[in-house]
Ligand binder design. Structure first.
Ligand code: SF4
Ligand code: SF4
Length: 236
């Protein structure tokens, strides 16, 4: 996979995937729920970003923001390394107060979403990493995701899949894993479709039901908060 990524120009890839997820800083919405007061996706106790090997080389030559991640907890260290896809490395930045937006990894930019691929192999939209449902505020407020972010996410991953078809297979496998997990839990998958709409997908047969933003679910501590939205969380 990484052989195909040798020719990737990460500077232009980053430049074309720069739109913030929402019209405001979503980190301010989740940080109060993290005991350290840090956005969950910028706290390596909750999420350790990965970078493609070629991306890591680009970052090393461009910024001092990142270093390779390691943990004193040897079992956690081994577990995360085992889960890290081939051709990727685990990285850690200097912290959210020192973030350099231009040098965020693709995984930072994509979080909390991954490309959702159907059984037939079609990349139809964005789904959220469900293990972060109780921590990531955005997953409970999908209506705030801007159409610009959605479009940039889709074009970035289309380009990556074109350059590295194995990546699409990896996400197809991950999407099938989500369908298995949600099928067992009798849950529908929320999808931000590439056509701009929201759908609920039935995991067992792939049937899609168009839903309104008001029908999107919320989770954990955000369930109550969702009943009292801030004025800037209106549908867009
Ligand atoms: S993407 Fe989710 S976890 Fe990350 S800052 Fe926004 S709300 Fe918090
Ligand atoms: S680079 Fe920025 S967005 Fe990415 S983990 Fe660090 S602080 Fe968060």
């Amino acid at each position: 996979m990484t052989d195909h990524l040798v020719s990737l120009d990460f500077a232009s890839l980053y430049a074309n995937f720069h739109a913030p997820i929402a019209a405001f800083d979503c980190g301010e919405r989740c940080a109060p729920y993290n005991e350290r007061g840090v956005p969950f996706c910028c706290d390596t106790r909750h999420m350790v970003p990965t970078a493609y090997q070629k991306e890591w080389e680009y970052l090393q030559g461009s910024t001092d923001l990142w270093h390779l991640w390691a943990s004193d907890d040897l079992s956690l260290d081994a577990q995360l390394r085992q889960q890290t896809p081939e051709g990727m490395v685990l990285v850690e930045c200097l912290g959210h107060r020192l973030c350099q937006r231009n040098y965020r990894t693709i995984t930072c930019r994509a979080f909390p979403f991954f490309p959702y691929i159907t059984r037939q192999g079609d990349f139809i939209g964005l789904a959220a990493y469900w293990e972060f449902e109780d921590s990531c505020w955005v997953i409970s407020n999908l209506q705030v995701v801007t159409s610009e972010y959605r479009a940039q996410f889709i074009s970035t991953f289309e380009y990556l899949f074109d350059q590295a078809p194995q990546e699409q297979e990896n996400y197809q496998y991950f999407s099938s894993l989500m369908r298995r997990v949600f099928g067992r839990r009798h849950r529908a998958i929320c999808l931000l479709h590439r056509n701009g709409q929201y759908y609920k997908v039935t995991p067992r047969n792939g049937r899609m039901r168009l839903i309104k933003p008001s029908q999107l679910p919320s989770f954990g501590p955000y369930r109550l908060a969702a009943e009292l939205p801030f004025p800037d969380e209106i549908n867009r």
